[in-house]
Design a protein around this ligand. Structure first.
Ligand SMILES: [Zn+2]
Length: 383
């Protein structure tokens, strides 16, 4: 073991652009590199970070997936007509409460949120994060970070993703005091702020970065207290792209007269549409319906799907995926009825999509993509 304590700190949505422009912690963490985002959302990137596998391998792309045969929500869909008027049941706070009830009812241990998924469509949808990805065997057959750490015998600490950043830093300091030697700290509050203030660099963001800096310094101070050496590496999953315009793909598709669940199925994420064609006519009709959006989005080619690690021969991510250009949000979507000031989930090549790794120590040259973090952690755990 080269260092007494090894810390990987995950900061959701800390993008390369933000780090470059703000000079965030460049003295303490001088080794830094732009990292290619995992195509998709945090719900795609987290399982990739925790296992090193691509979405094609671990099966998580969007949270919901059109899959009538696999839907666990049939009972819930039956009570959908009772949830009226829709204006009440679609309110954010009501949906949050309902999400908690549904999560408990089904015994889901993973992150669960209904967002704005229409109740009547739920019976046709599967949900991919039923299990806690951070728990032992949380990814089934695929070995995740906790499985790996348990196997290594190394005393470790993994943050509880249910709690806020402040409590997670406090728990990490406690873990150092208890003699743990490998820590994975999870933080997600910067992401929520950047969705609100994506333009570089808002005062609220500056303050939050200063807060992270202080918390990171406190980890060094805690190690110093016990005369333990520390190697700290910050990792992120993506950046944030400011809103440029919105696109109503849903109305365009509904105008075709095709029936959802009979002719086609689809999931409207914030930046991409995943479509499943159930009849021979559906594919051409939907492609035709989206032709007016050719100036702000495109259908992914098979080559792109393969390059982004999302190509599946069984087409469980949909028969075709329409990706919006950077800055363009699908509104309304299953995620929200209004656009956010900033969003992620665009093409990984876009400058605002780029994630970052930064460390007290040299970063091996092969770490280029979010999917490479796992191999680095594995290597460090074995040292
Ligand atoms: Zn986000």
């Amino acid at each position: 073991m080269k260092y007494d304590v090894e810390i990987f700190l995950f900061i959701d949505a800390l993008g390369w652009e933000l780090v470059e422009r703000s000079g965030f912690m460049k003295e303490r963490l001088p080794y830094r590199r732009k990292i290619e985002m995992q195509f998709g959302y945090s719900s795609t990137a987290i399982p990739t970070i925790l296992s090193g596998k691509t979405p094609a391998e671990h099966g998580h792309l969007g949270l919901f997936r059109f899959a009538p045969e696999a839907s666990p929500f049939k009972a819930l869909a039956r009570i959908a007509p009772l949830l009226w008027p829709a204006s009440f049941w679609n309110r954010g706070r009501v949906r949050n409460l309902l999400s908690r009830l549904v999560k408990r009812f089904y015994g889901f241990t993973g992150y669960f949120q209904l967002y704005q998924m229409p109740f009547r469509k739920l019976a046709l949808m599967d949900y991919c994060e039923k299990r806690d990805l951070f728990a032992a065997h949380g990814m089934g057959e695929i070995e995740n970070l906790r499985d790996l750490l348990l196997r290594s015998g190394r005393p470790f600490h993994i943050s509880d993703w249910h709690i806020g950043d402040q409590r997670n830093f406090a728990a990490a300091r406690q873990a150092i005091a208890e003699g743990k030697s490998f820590l994975f700290i999870y933080t997600a509050e910067l992401d929520a702020l950047l969705h609100q203030y994506p333009v570089l660099i808002d005062e609220a963001i500056r303050k939050k970065l200063e807060w992270y800096r202080d918390e990171i310094e406190s980890l060094f101070a805690e190690c110093d207290k016990f005369h333990r050496s520390l190697r700290l590496t910050v990792i992120s999953d993506h950046g944030m792209t400011p809103l440029t315009r919105t696109a109503d793909l849903k109305s365009a598709i509904e105008k075709t007269g095709l029936v959802f669940g009979r002719d086609y199925g689809c999931c409207y994420d914030s930046t991409l549409l995943r479509a499943t064609f159930l009849t021979p006519e559906a594919g051409p009709a939907i492609r035709e319906a989206l032709r007016p959006f050719a100036d702000c989005g495109h259908w992914l080619s098979e080559e792109e799907e393969k390059r982004y690690g999302i190509y599946r021969a069984d087409r469980s991510f949909g028969d075709a995926i329409f990706l919006m250009d950077p800055g363009v949000q699908i509104v309304p979507s299953d995620m929200g009825l209004r656009p956010l000031n900033g969003m992620h989930g665009f093409a990984p090549e876009d400058k605002d999509s780029q994630a970052v790794i930064m460390s007290t120590d040299e970063i091996p040259p092969e770490v280029r993509h979010v999917a490479d973090y796992f191999a680095l952690m594995k290597q460090r755990i074995a040292e």
